[in-house]
Structures are given as C-alpha cells and as structure tokens.
Design a protein around this ligand. Structure first.
Ligand code: DOR
Length: 460
C-alpha cells in the first residue's frame, strides 16, 4: 500500500518540521516539502495535524486467553489503533496467566492478525502467585521482554531479589529483559476500595493508603541497588513514589517509571458518586499527587505515560463500589487525556467552554509540555523501555526518516470531541470519560505501512 501524508507537521525524537511523509511497501519512502504521491497512493490530508511515530502503550490488558467477553487481542488492537498506538505490551494476568512459553506462543499467534504489534509480557512468578519464579529465560527466548505480576505486586522481598538477579543474568546473555513492578503491599491494601484519605472517610469506604505503594517502591529501589538490577515501576500514583524514583535516578539506579492518563487527571473526589467506573488500582489519589505526577513528567522523572487499559464486562462494573472490579479502559482516550493533563491547554475552548477531562480541583495550569514531549512519553521513550525501538532492533518509536518502518500516528491536537462509549472499538465500556469533552483526536494510524485507521475509523 502506498500512502502520502500531506500537509502535517512531523514530530519525532529529532525535532519538529513541516513535511509530507510518503510511505511505500511498509517503509517511509520520503519526508519533505511538497512530495509527489507514490504510484497509486492514497493521500491522507493532515493539515493542522501532527504526524508522529506510532504510539507505544507499555501497559494494556487484552484479556485473552480467559476473558474474551471483555476484550480480545483483536478488539484490543483495534482500540489501540484508533487511539494512535502501533504497539502495545499486553499484561500477563490472563487466565491462564502468561507464566510459560505455550501461553505466550498462543498470544503471539493471535497477535499475527492484529491491528498493531502486540507484545506479550510474561509473569515474574508461576501463576502470579508470588512464590516460585516463572521460566523467564524460556519466555525471553520467544521474544518476551517485560516481566511483571501486574494486578498484584511481588510481595516477598526474597523472591523479588531472585527475580532481579535472574533478569540481570538474562541481560548478560544479550536478552534485553526488564522487570516491571505493580507496587502494592497487600497487607496494607487488601480490603481497600479507594484512596485512603478525607474522601474515603467521608464516604465510609475502606481505603488504600499511599504507603501501600510507597513502601514497595522504596523496597524495590533498595533491591535494585542490592542486585545491580533494573526495574520499571508501573502506574505510579503518589507524590512520594515519584520523589523516591527521582532520588534513585540521581543516584544512578537503572530504573524507569510510568504514570497513567487517569492518575494525571482525576482525583479521589470522583468517587463521591460511588460510580465503579472510577474504581481502579492503584486508586485515584489527591490533587497534590496529581500535581506531583504532572511535574515528574515535566522533569524527566517519569519516562512514559501508559493507559493501563483494563476492560471489564458490565456485570463486573454494574454493581457496588466494593464488589466492582478495579480498572478502566483507556486506549482510545489516552492521547487526548494526556495532552490535556500535560500539554499547553487543558482543553478549554476559545469561547470559554471547558474541556472536562480533569477533576475540578486539578484544573490548574499544567506543566505545559509541548505535544512533542507528550508524544515522547507515549512513543519513543515507551518503546525503549519495552525493547521495541528501532535502535534496539525493533520497529517502533521512530524517528520518521526515509527507510524507517512506517508506523505513524496522525492526530489533530486541537479537535474537541465528546466521548460516546457506544462508538468505542473496545469490547468493554468501563470508561470514566463517557460524555466528557476531550481535546486532541487521532485521525489516521499507519501500522507497518498499512492504513489501519482512516479519519478515526478502523479499516478492518
Ligand atoms: O485497576 C486495575 N485493573 N489495576 C490492575 O493492576 C489490574 C487491572 C486489571 O487487570 O483489571
């Protein structure tokens, strides 16, 4: 398929320039002014749009195998493509979990027909039970790069120490694996439903203290130091968590961190209506936490924004706050919500009509990252953590130069739209953004040279 992306502004790790992008046979054929369309090319009008490397989501739940009523590799990859993603890392808390080569191989075979690259993550421990190490070497031999028991943290420090040593050994053999921790101490978090603070007291709902996360961040930073290992911290949610990571980075520890669009935008005050769509792990925190996470994105302490797309069927959400499953879908809203939380505008229109992607008490001036910096958190920087970037032998994250793989996200950073859950490609509907006005919309996605999304619509 030949394509010409015409009239946009190209943004990638190397900078920003007005240019057309020509795509031919899966690769970028040319980048420049007033390019002629390749033979038989489809022309994509990109006036007013940014043309970026495809986005890379480090953290999605695709529910296959085991919960196909909520999502499948195919439906999740379609949602990803409509969100501008050309690669996602699929968490291993499936049923059965991805703790052995056959399950990873099954996901890889399903991924062959997907609308974006689907990289399965492997479990750190067998059954994600936190006791015996999973055969990470076998999984790494299949191409698995990121290992996590996500959905739960590895509770036992001795097990985590051995996992860090095992992963370090695999890296010494040239397998670029990384451990990723869901930081949550079960002894403090179990039974909790939302952030422990003023709102949980007022609502009479059991809380999860910030310390449930921070104690595990602190412990795992110590274990990283002890082992000379490397660690990625998933979905950090508190002010002190990012402060701990900042200190570890200045010390030179090999650590990286991600935050989610929802933790950058929403607070625990949203739980006042007892709506289970706001129930998520880690829980939505307070306004000072949101401000600290935003600042940590601006200072480089946070390396990536990841959706933690967590689809659930209606019966798991249409129940009480206490009984509901935690998690929210996010692939199709991640870019807009991240741009609104971190970018130069919070989505308020020229006529003063507000964008409503943020809880009222955090609707203050954002750190004003440029759209290119926001995309960096969601593309080339994320790709590097996942081991998927071009300089690591992968095909994600750009830069957009002739000869490079044609993975592109074309988006209009100013388009305002109202999220209608019925129009999502995900099989699930558990989004907190239903009916909210978002700013920033994906127009076209090109994956491996194929136009998978045109004018916001999936092409297959
Ligand atoms: O809210 C969450 N949902 N947090 C997790 O860590 C797991 C996820 C899920 O799998 O639903």
């Amino acid at each position: 398929m030949n394509l010409l992306v015409r009239g946009g502004t190209v943004i990638d790790e190397t900078g920003e320039r007005r240019a057309d992008v020509a795509v031919s046979s899966g690769s970028i054929a040319a980048v420049g002014d007033s390019l002629d369309a390749p033979d038989g090319a489809t022309v994509l009008e990109a006036g007013g749009c940014l043309v970026a490397p495809g986005l890379v989501d480090l953290h999605v739940h695709l529910r296959q195998p085991g919960a196909e009523e909520a999502e499948t590799v195919e439906s999740g990859s379609r949602a990803a493509a409509r969100g501008g993603f050309t690669a996602v890392v699929a968490m291993p808390n499936t049923d059965p979990p991805v703790d052995c080569a056959p399950v990873a191989a099954e996901i890889l075979s399903l991924a062959a027909g997907a609308l974006c690259l689907v990289a399965p993550a492997g479990a750190i421990t067998v059954g994600r039970a936190g006791e015996r190490l999973a055969p990470m070497g076998e999984l790494a031999a299949l191409g698995v790069r990121l290992f996590t028991d996500d959905g739960a943290g590895v509770q036992d420090a001795g097990v985590m120490r051995r996992a860090l040593e095992y992963a370090r050994g695999l890296r010494a053999r040239g397998l670029g694996v990384i451990l990723a921790q869901h930081c949550e101490l079960a002894s403090l978090a179990d039974g909790g439903v939302m952030h422990e603070g003023g709102w949980s007291s007022r609502l009479g709902v059991p809380g999860i203290p910030a310390e449930a996360e921070e104690l595990m961040v602190a412990r795992d930073l110590s274990l990283t130091r002890l082992t000379g290992g490397a660690m990625h911290f998933l979905h950090l949610s508190t002010q002190r968590s990012v402060a701990l990571v900042a200190a570890a980075k200045s010390e030179g520890l090999a650590v990286s961190a991600e935050v989610t669009p929802h933790h950058l935008s929403l607070t625990d005050a949203e739980l006042a209506g007892f709506d289970p769509n706001y129930k998520v792990n880690p829980p939505l925190r307070g306004a000072p936490d949101v401000a600290a996470l935003r600042a940590a994105c601006a200072t480089g302490v946070v390396d990536a924004v990841a959706s933690d797309h967590a689809p659930h069927p209606p019966e798991a959400k249409e129940t009480t706050l206490q009984a509901a499953a935690p998690g929210m879908i996010g692939l199709e809203t991640a870019l807009a919500v991240a741009l609104m939380a971190l970018g130069p505008t919070d989505g308020t229109a020229d006529d003063g009509a507000p964008g409503r992607a943020q809880s009222p008490e955090v609707a203050v001036a954002a750190p004003a990252l440029s759209p290119r910096e926001v995309v960096g958190l969601m593309s080339w920087r994320a790709a590097r953590i996942a081991g998927l970037s071009v300089d690591q032998g992968g095909d994600q994250g750009g830069p957009l130069v002739p000869g490079a793989p044609a993975n592109l996200c074309v988006f209009d950073p100013t388009e305002r739209w109202v999220l209608d859950p019925a129009r999502l490609s995900s099989r699930s509907r558990n989004t907190p953004w239903a009916g909210r006005t978002l700013t920033g919309r994906v127009r076209h996605t090109v994956y491996g040279g194929e136009l998978v999304v045109l004018d916001g619509e999936a092409q297959r």
